[in-house]
Design a protein around this ligand. Sequence first.
Ligand code: ATP
Ligand code: MG
Length: 587
Amino acid sequence: MLAKLKEKINSINAVRNYRKIYPYVRPYWLRALLSVLITIPIGSMDAVIAWSLKPYMDVVMVEKSTSATSYIPILIIVFSCLQSLLNYAGTYLNTWVGRKIANDVKMDLFDRLMACDASFFDKTTSGQVLFGYNSDVDMACNGLLSNLKLFTTRVFSSVSLVAVLFYNSWQLALIAVVVLFGALYPLTTVRRRIKSVMDKTIFSGSAVMSHYNETYNGNRIIASYNLYDYQRKRFRDTLTQVFKLGIKMIQRTGMMSPLMHFIVSLGIAAVIWTGSYLIVHHQISAGNFVSFITALIMLYNPIKSIGNNYNNVQMAFMAMERVFSKLEKLPAIRNRQNAKELKGIAKGIEYRDVCFEYNKGHPVLKHINLKIDIGQTIAFVGNSGGGKTTLVNLLPRFYEVNSGAVLIDDVDIRNYTLNSLRDNIAIVFQDNFLFAGTIRENILLGKENATEDELKRAVKDACLEEFVGSLDKGLDTEIGERGVLLSGGQKQRIAIARAFLKNAPIVILDEATSALDNKSEAVVQQAIDNLMKDRTVFIIAHRLSTVRNADRIVVVNYGEIVESGTHDELLAKENGVYASLYKSQLR
Ligand SMILES: Nc1ncnc2c1ncn2[C@@H]1O[C@H](COP(=O)(O)OP(=O)(O)OP(=O)(O)O)[C@@H](O)[C@H]1O
Ligand SMILES: [Mg+2]
């Protein structure tokens, strides 16, 4: 009873899923429909072959006449050829539609992925992303469509073969159909059996991908710390886990095939037993019987493999559910209704009683109150892990405050659209991500349609001129994936040039000059000073020489503002945190 109810819910699920996938099928509906319709003749032709055996047996074997049946062998050849040609067309259409749909779904998922919150990327491994946003789509689309084709072919083949059964003998046909349903029964439990194993398989499968990614990105660390054995052990553990899960899956589903075989053999035995009785009592002809048995075997054979087919369908369904849950999930940080465009700032920025924690119960920022007037430069210093980066990350809404608010021109930043908010902020991180491509392409990310003059200026302002000039290909030099072909300081200057080009009213520099030597820092400092003119700037630096000219210096220790003032004011404080910090650095 319970199982039945569950099955019902599942079937409704399936309907709901198909309804969700419909928008993706619609652009290709004609081909999709054709690929299903084509399975009707493919499936039905099985029956023609079985059916033709009756006249063959009765006329040739029993009446010993060949005149009326000479067409049968030719018919069989023609039909078989036609069937396989149609099969080819069906597979072609199916693959075509399947790939198209998979691409469309992947595009939409990709958009969703890009819109995910920073916290999503904190918590999700690269393997999980690859698996969930790529492999799952393939599993869902290709699996579903090829299995749908197989399934509809089987349905039409079964219906027509059952018709042949009834044509030959209704008594035998009844037995066969009852057994058929009996054989299909174990399938109703598949989903429940494989669900939990499937979930774990995904987890481990993504762990495998993460291992590759880690080995790729961390190859220097692995080499320098000689972590080969360590990595190998972790990798082997994961592979073993995947192996165990694979075996478990087979255990859960594998028993179904023998069970179905057994039920089918019962059916065949019952039919032969009853059939012999019917022949002896002249209720059916020998031709009937042979045709019947052929149809029966043709009907039962795919049923034995349908177990596997059905597993795949269920896995495809589960993958589809995961894909749709991702498509439906909205990022927590998104535009509010009626969000306004932020068009530059007029007054300033305010942190009003801001509290923030990444993980519940571990406050990182505690009641931060801060006002920055437009055009001011504000510097953050303080202990490592104190919350400086976190503080500036709240401004572009990489994370959302837990309580309090960040305001621009007295309006909560949550009331601005995300895009317009972020358009107004240029950020240079400590560890800047560069894309594979040329230096020019990477700088132009700041402003796609910048003129050559603007670009040149940004290069000059970021003190990149000398370096670029020394390159054979200049700005068109390829920098390798993640900019691996550049030094740390060169990468930072490219990032600074990118920020220059963006020309945003708010600038955030998070340890932006930490990878520069003293000489370049002095030069870049000049450039940054230029950049800061007429802009509101947040600057984080451990080297206090970088921040001494700021309008205000704020010391953030352990999530709290402990001091704030100009360089001179803070130095004048006896036993001040900043003063002692400064003195220790001077030494
Ligand atoms: N994505 C994150 N998820 C969870 N905790 C985080 C995350 N980023 C930072 N933290 C934690 O929040 C605290 C503040 O980190 P934050 O990066 O803001 O410090 P910081 O002042 O910039 O330090 P540093 O000077 O070393 O750059 C740290 O304890 C850190 O462990
Ligand atoms: Mg930091």
